[in-house]
Write a protein that binds this ligand. Structure first.
Ligand code: SF4
Length: 502
């Protein structure tokens, strides 16, 4: 599908318009240039910018034409960047409207192509808008449907019930610790994950660097009296290191971090069932870590094989039972909709198996073809369900969770996600993961330690500064000191600023 856009010369429009086009068509190219010749769809824009932005779009295809108009005030005092955002949204508004009219498809998330829709609702509520006014804004400015607004509100309500002081948590931090090893590498994986076999040397040096980072950061937190809200061990698979290594790591956490007893939640991803052993579970118990994640992804053996997960369905169930017997009382499980070769029947089977285990929380992801994964490079080799089937599976997941006492408490969307859907975290009452809420809603700084760990520093004005540790263990080992110092410099800057302006 080729779309020719006329009347918008600013190249900054190209990406948002491309992302919206992707919601409607599988393979799309758009051009803002004069003429493309082969265009299937032509859209003429008229844009007037004064005290308000007025924009009109006329779409032409096969002798048919569709028209839309939208206007929005440009309040005084907006910085150039903010002003462009209003203009860009106005353009997106009419563009989406004509595409919806032409294709008869309704985009339930409206013009939103970003990752965190609920952030928008939190922002309006924090600014003092009533729920009704906030909903109206989502509807008129972003064209979000009532169904999705209702979902957003349910999630926001749930989050504020679990973390009533969410809007004040900017004064604390959460910590993400990335362990970049896994037993084998899954086909759809874009995380920093290296097959662990034969790499003990690099594991040792990596852990040396990580212990250093934990000590340094802990010192800073203690000196500056900054509390930790949550800690999350991810990766990779943090349980792919040995029980002794895990033991030393958690001991370091207790020694270096301030007031660990009062951290609201500590989670360790034990994603790959093939890494879970009684010894490792005992170590987790010893350090009072009782929230883990065991990820089946699917309960169909052929699927696990096709995606490169070298464990069996039986192993997932056995390890789940073992974790339960050993006192793990907050277990999350992840399922993925749209894995190769899977349709409604396979997903229903996964839900039936989940019913036998009843984990405290269940995250339902929709497979996205992330740019770097093996599956994207070999897209033609993997047969995936149609958009309609993906929607059906998503609805099935929603219905099943509701019937089994789970409620949605966070959601995020991905670019290139099949069917323009979302990933939703569900949980039984009072079993929500606070870390997941923190990472999604961006109300506080998250400091990443270890390989590939991304830090997100959030200052008092809500401005986000991203900072990433190196992804591969070798570079990490060569430079962890430098990265730690850089992070501490940023912390000094944002926390001192916070203190000064309070
Ligand atoms: S277990 Fe997770 S992190 Fe490890 S290779 Fe598979 S998807 Fe990647």
């Amino acid at each position: 599908m080729y779309i020719h856009i006329n009347g918008l010369k600013d190249e900054r429009f190209a990406r948002p318009l491309q992302l919206i086009a992707n919601l409607f068509f599988e393979e799309t190219s758009i051009s803002l240039e004069e003429e493309m010749g082969k265009a299937n769809i032509k859209i003429d824009f008229e844009l007037q910018i004064g005290a308000k932005v007025e924009v009109q779009a006329v779409l032409q295809q096969n002798e048919q034409s569709y028209k839309a108009f939208y206007e929005k005030d440009l309040s005084d005092g907006l910085m150039e960047k903010e002003q462009f955002k209003v203009i860009k949204n106005a353009v997106a508004h009419v563009y989406l409207s004509v595409l919806q009219d032409c294709t008869k498809m309704v985009q339930k998330w409206g013009i939103l192509t970003g990752i965190r829709p609920t952030k928008l609702l939190h922002k309006s509520l924090q600014q003092g808008l009533t729920k009704e006014a906030a909903h109206q804004k989502l509807k008129s400015d972003y064209l979000i449907t009532d169904e999705k607004i209702e979902l957003m509100q349910a999630i926001v309500d749930r989050q504020l019930a679990v973390v009533p002081d969410l809007y004040e948590l900017g004064k604390e931090v959460s910590i993400y610790i990335g362990i970049p090893f896994c037993p084998t590498k899954c086909a759809y994986c874009t995380f920093p994950a290296y097959a662990i076999n034969g790499r003990q040397g690099s594991v040792n040096s990596f852990l040396g660097g990580l212990h250093f980072e934990m000590r340094k950061l802990g010192e800073w937190l203690k000196e500056n009296n900054v509390k930790i809200t949550t800690v999350y061990y991810g990766g990779g698979t943090p349980t792919s290191i040995t029980a002794e290594e895990m033991d030393m790591l958690y001991e370091e956490m207790y020694t270096s971090f301030p007031d660990v007893e009062n951290i609201r939640e500590i989670t360790v991803e034990a994603g790959r069932p093939d890494t879970i052993t009684p010894e490792k579970l005992s170590v987790l118990k010893k350090w009072k870590i009782d929230r883990i994640s065991v990820n089946p992804q699917s309960y169909t053996q052929e699927t696990l094989k096709a995606i490169g997960r070298h464990h069996t369905v039986e192993e997932t169930i056995n390890k789940f039972d073992l974790a339960r017997q050993m006192g793990m009382n907050n277990i999350n499980m992840d399922l993925i909709i749209g894995l190769p070769g899977e349709g409604v029947a396979e997903f229903q089977h996964s839900l039936d198996e989940t019913e036998k285990l009843m984990p405290e929380s269940l995250t339902i992801h929709t497979l996205s073809f992330k740019r770097a994964s093996e599956m994207t490079r070999n897209k033609s080799r993997y047969k995936v369900a149609s958009r309609e089937e993906i929607v059906e599976m998503m609805d099935l997941g929603e219905k099943w969770t509701k019937e089994h006492g789970y409620a949605p408490y966070y959601l995020y969307r991905q670019k290139n996600i099949l069917g323009n859907l979302e990933n939703v975290g569900y949980s039984l009452p009072n079993q929500e993961s606070i870390y997941n809420i923190m990472i999604m809603e961006e109300q506080q700084t998250i400091i990443g330690l270890g390989c590939g760990a991304a830090s997100k520093f959030i200052d008092q004005d809500g401005k986000i500064n991203h900072f990433a540790n190196p992804k591969d263990p070798k570079t990490y080992n060569d430079s962890f000191e430098e990265y730690t110092n850089k992070k501490i410099a940023i912390l000094n800057e944002i926390f001192n600023k916070n203190v000064l302006t309070k």
